[in-house]
Design a protein around this ligand. Structure first.
Ligand code: ADP
Ligand code: MN
Ligand code: MN
Ligand code: MN
Length: 373
């Protein structure tokens, strides 16, 4: 056992004692927000004198923000979860960030998304997102890899210590999300595709996936961000780092994505396939704008199948996919496979409903001012 992992286990055992101390009626609330980068999360904790019964019981707070200058911003609580790290009655609360004039700050894409979701609420838009992530050791190597590189061949949903590394993270994150009230609906081991000519092999990469859904409207982004927060916190406890990079490992190894599954009431009802096909037709017309929204680092998630729009049923090497069971049922949902692992779900969801549901986003492939970027 390395010095590092030893100190982590000692630390956690001692921590248990302090966590067991009675703290009276006091409630600790951890405020969580997306920072200036639009990708990283921050948090800080305060004491409330009693347990909040809902989001309205949690006061606004403030923090500093580095946006060229150092300014003060307001943290506005928007969704409350149970705290799986310090347990009931403590809370985790996701916040929006507003500037001193109460205007959403630049990287706060949630408020715009919430407006669009309100506009389309009669469609009852449902989402499910598949978050892929890769584990790294503190020395920067993929977790479990020796210095000479990938030690084994992996596989999607692989089982066995010679094929997957870090299942504890996946299991503990799943449990912590369920405790918190995050709508996590599944997990699996992932692998990365290594393409050489026509041959594809799969590399074990300490890569995992969790799925969040079904969520209606804005709830999707909130639950995915909270699931990301919980992932980073679980990884702190285990002494590893979870990367949501779209291209976490250099070289000819595949990318990490955040497939986004989407449906409306019509798509889910009998005969819904025609509405799914219409949505895909609309997506095909605005593919390049979607790619800009889906991949904040401009093409890091650059699998060739993503650049040119393609679609298929029960064949996955495409941009938008109709799952086989959806085709057989004649209704259900579509799967957009293009969003990168580090996408902002608020922007992805907004782009999907603007293109698929709003009248103004029809035929042409011209830039649309209002489209999230
Ligand atoms: P895959 O086979 O692509 O790996 P997963 O099982 O990982 O699929 O994820 C499927 C996702 O689809 C889940 O997040 C789930 O919530 C979502 N989903 C299922 N039904 C619907 C629906 N009707 N509308 C939107 N999303 C859905
Ligand atoms: Mn999946
Ligand atoms: Mn996957
Ligand atoms: Mn998928």
């Amino acid at each position: 056992m390395s010095v590092l992992s030893e100190s982590i286990s000692l630390h956690k055992t001692v921590k248990k004692y302090y966590l067991s101390l009675d703290k009276g009626a006091e409630c600790q609330v951890t405020y969580i927000w997306i920072d200036e980068t639009g990708e990283n999360l921050r948090c800080k904790t305060r004491t409330l004198n009693k347990e909040p019964t809902g989001i309205r019981d949690i006061p606004e707070w403030s923090t500093c923000w580095v946006d060229g200058n150092l300014i003060e911003v307001t943290l506005v609580p928007v969704r409350m979860f149970r705290d799986p790290f310090t347990l009931d009655p403590n809370k985790l609360v996701l916040c929006e960030v507003l500037d001193s004039n109460c205007v959403p700050i630049g990287s706060n894409q949630r408020s715009q998304c919430a407006k669009v979701m309100e506009e389309v609420k009669d469609f009852q838009p449902w989402f499910g997102m598949e978050q892929e992530y890769t584990l790294f050791s503190l020395d920067g190597r993929p977790f479990g890899w020796p210095p000479q590189g990938c030690p084994f061949t992996g596989a999607h949903c692989a089982v066995g210590i010679d094929k997957v590394y870090g299942r504890d993270i996946c299991i503990c994150h799943y449990k912590a999300c369920l405790y918190a009230g995050v709508k996590i609906c599944g997990t699996n081991a992932e692998s990365s595709q290594l393409a050489v000519g026509d041959r594809h092999s799969f590399w074990g990469e300490s890569k995992w996936e969790f799925q969040v859904g079904l969520c209606e409207g804005i709830e999707m982004g909130d639950h995915l961000w909270m699931a990301r927060y919980i992932l980073h916190r679980v990884c702190e406890d285990f002494g590893v780092v979870a990367s949501l990079d779209a291209k976490p490992i250099k070289g000819n190894i595949g990318t990490s994505g955040c497939h986004t599954n989407f449906s409306t009431k019509e798509m889910r009802s009998e005969g819904g396939l025609q509405f799914i096909e219409e949505a895909i037709r609309r997506l095909s017309k605005r593919h390049s704008q979607h790619l800009r929204v889906y991949d904040p680092h401009d093409g890091a998630n650059n699998m060739s199948s993503f650049h040119d729009f393609s679609t298929a049923t029960a064949h996955r090497n495409v941009s938008v996919h109709i799952p086989g069971h959806v085709c057989r049922m004649g209704c259900g949902y579509l799967e957009d496979r293009c969003p990168a692992a580090n996408c902002n779900p608020y922007n992805v969801m907004r782009a999907l409903v603007e293109t698929c549901l709003l009248e103004t986003a029809g035929e042409d492939d011209n830039e649309r001012e209002t489209m999230a970027s």
